[in-house]
Design a protein around this ligand. Sequence first.
Ligand code: ADP
Length: 239
Amino acid sequence: MLTCGREEFRSIAVSLLPRVSVVLESWQRGHRLRSEYIRNRAVLTQDGKDRYHEKDLRMRVNVSGCTLELLQGDIVEQSVDAIVNAANSELAGGAGVDGAIHVAGGPAIMDDTNAKYADGCPTGSAVESVAGLLSANHVFHAVGPVWRGGKEGEPELLSSAYRKCLQLAVDHECSSIAFPAISAGVYSYPLGLAANVALKTCIDFQKWHKQPREVRFILFSEGVFGAFARSLETLVEMK
Ligand code: ADP
């Protein structure tokens, strides 16, 4: 757990890591600050109703000149070159992030996947479609593994699904890509383990390929954001 202040953490991380520097925004002092922040989240709007600040949970690292960023939010609101969907292998649409993407993007996305991928997409891989009404040029439909205890190749399959999306981004000249926490919802992959695989795969890819220039993880809840933030801190400290 992070116990030092923002400047201390930044200088420790930077000194440990010649090629990866750290910028922490709004989550600077770890859990203590985070819980204070959460208590202060409800704000009064002009019409007297409470609503939430949603945009302040954010963490960013620099990987060999590229950016990897964690944000709490809704992936369908992102403006990026490619949005990643956590799809099923039939590409049939479903609940969770899949449902949100099809609702927000409209029927063009399903029409395109039906036309191009009649056989669906195997677990551990991903395929490209148009993005319909989303503020993106492409949707990459990634099929992560269902968690079955960890002895059925789940880490390799999850890593492979992320890698395939990153390769699709390179192939389609996308400089920015937004990921959800693939497999960490209905597919029940333990959150901390899913975060480690996701972040390590992306950091390794960006280090080797120097692209995509911007990788964003859009994490739907504070709990998911916290798991990814802890994992990212650990990975950065270990490098
Ligand atoms: P899977 O079937 O791969 O587990 P899910 O869609 O069930 O995929 O969940 C993956 C993650 O996406 C979960 O952390 C879930 O909370 C999150 N999620 C659901 N809707 C959205 C959304 N609109 N934007 C970002 N993340 C979302």
